[in-house]
Design a protein around this ligand. Sequence first.
Ligand code: UDP
Length: 240
Amino acid sequence: SDDGKVSGRFLLKLSGEAFSGGGGLGVDPDVVHKIAREIAAVVRDGAEIAVVIGGGNFFRGAELQQRGMDRARSDYMGMLGTVMNCLALQDFLEKEGIDSRVQTAITMGQVAEPYIPLRAVRHLEKGRVVIFGAGMGMPYFSTDTTAAQRALEIDAEALLMGKNGVDGVYDSDPKKNPDAVKFDSLGYGEVITRDLKVADATAITLCRDNKLPILVFELLTEGNIARAVKGEKIGTLVGD
Ligand code: UDP
């Protein structure tokens, strides 16, 4: 990017759905490249970036369960899906000249490091992007909860939630209700009591209990990752 230095450590949560490029399924390399370019720019400017990617472009445990599969096994499939997204992002970061490490909560030594928090922090300090894969490694959790937990453990200053096709938090679904109103800021409590679509309740509760701010923003709008890192007023800020 152009307008100078940034600082701070951030946990960027990327929608798995966005990775499919509108196809719903699999990975669209053009989209991943675009996201990698934006991450590379803020890392060059001095930001420390850790990433958690969803897996909705491959499998969602709850959906497979509805189709008759065992929930825990379906959730493991979901977690493995996130790892493919991680590898795709790593590849394009490399092409942008940015070093990265994938750390997975399910050990798979040939493709990634195991999740070792202190080592992740060390990578970040060296200017490497750390990409956390396989969620928490536990069924019944989500990558939103993973993003909150990892953000806390690596001491990130905010959780930046990049969404697919929506530019913040609304009082109702803007795709269904043309009169939906967007919030500029919101309390954690309101998100929970009004069941607003920010993240699942486990993730929100974890953020609230530890006062971790969440910025919800549209991921694929050009320049938005930089705006989020620079603290510009985009999206919806969830805090106290
Ligand atoms: N998942 C899990 N534990 C985790 C993280 C993810 O079981 O710690 C599974 C779960 O089945 C989920 C899938 O991985 O549906 C994909 O993760 P994501 O959070 O992206 O689900 P989505 O938000 O797309 O439904």
